[in-house]
Structure formats: C-alpha cells, structure tokens
Ligand binder design. Structure first.
Ligand code: THU
Length: 137
C-alpha cells in the first residue's frame, strides 16, 4: 500500500475516533480497516457500564466490515491520543489474525506520530495457537 493510502486510512481512523463512546475511560479509539480491493470500514470503541462488555475499536471495525460483506483485509489503522501510538490489545490481535495473520497494523496518535507493524510480529505463531490445534482433534 502506498503512503497516500496509509494517510487516507489514518484519516478515516481519526474521524471514527471522534464517534467513540468512552464515558468511563475517556480514552477514545478509532480504527479503519482497508480491504485488498481498497474498501475502507471504520470502528470506534463502545464502552459499557459493566466495563467488561466494552467493544474495542478494532473489533467494532471488523464486525462492521464482515456484516457488510468484506473479509479480505490488507491493513488496519488505529488512532489514539497520547504521547505514543497505542498497539491493539491481545484480544483484538487474535480477532484480526482470524482474517489475515499477515495484515499491516498502523498505529498513530492524534498529533501525527505513526508506527507500522506486521500483525505477525504482534501475534507470533497464529497458526500454532491452542485453538488452531483443537481443529485437528
Ligand atoms: N481499546 C480499544 O478500543 N482498542 C484496544 O486495542 C485496546 C483498548 C479501548 C477499550 C476501552 O474503551 C478503552 O480503550 C480503554 O481501555
């Protein structure tokens, strides 16, 4: 993906962040997924008074994209406020890996610091996980 597309994806995640429902933590997160065909789907965190039922921005974007017929993801951008970019939590890494363990993960702050990862480095050995092994029993 080109730098221009990366910028577009980060902008989409930034816009989605403003829609976050985060009254408990005050920490708004925006995510934008792009498919291999170039379609963009966004998500934001949706908190709940139970805290445990909170939905992260990345999983919200995945659910939106899948519900609209896309599963072939190339990259995700995640935007947060703070001194340095925040990397997706473990649960989100696993949900992203379900669709493409090799996808690119861009993380950015609202003031423009950007980091780029391969999902495989954030979640090593995705196809040797205990859940994957359970398919062979
Ligand atoms: N959060 C995300 O949206 N994505 C992550 O990868 C980790 C955390 C949200 C959940 C909660 O609303 C807030 O950030 C603070 O944890």
């Amino acid at each position: 993906m080109s730098v221009i597309q990366y910028n577009e994806l980060i902008s989409a995640a930034s816009a989605a962040r403003l829609l976050a429902y985060a009254p408990y933590s005050g920490f708004r997160v925006g995510a934008a997924l792009v498919t291999k065909a170039g379609k963009i789907y966004t998500g934001c965190n949706v908190e709940n008074i139970s805290l445990g039922l909170t939905i992260c921005a990345e999983r919200s974007a995945i659910a939106t994209a899948v519900a609209q017929g896309s599963k072939d993801f190339a990259a995700i951008a995640v935007v947060t406020e703070g001194k340095k970019p925040a990397i997706p939590c473990g649960a989100c890494r696993q949900v992203l890996a379900e669709f493409n363990p090799g996808m690119k993960v861009l993380t950015a702050t609202t003031d423009g610091k950007v980091q780029e990862f391969d999902l495989a480095e954030l979640l090593p050995l995705p196809s040797q996980g205990i859940l994957e092994g359970s398919r062979d029993v």
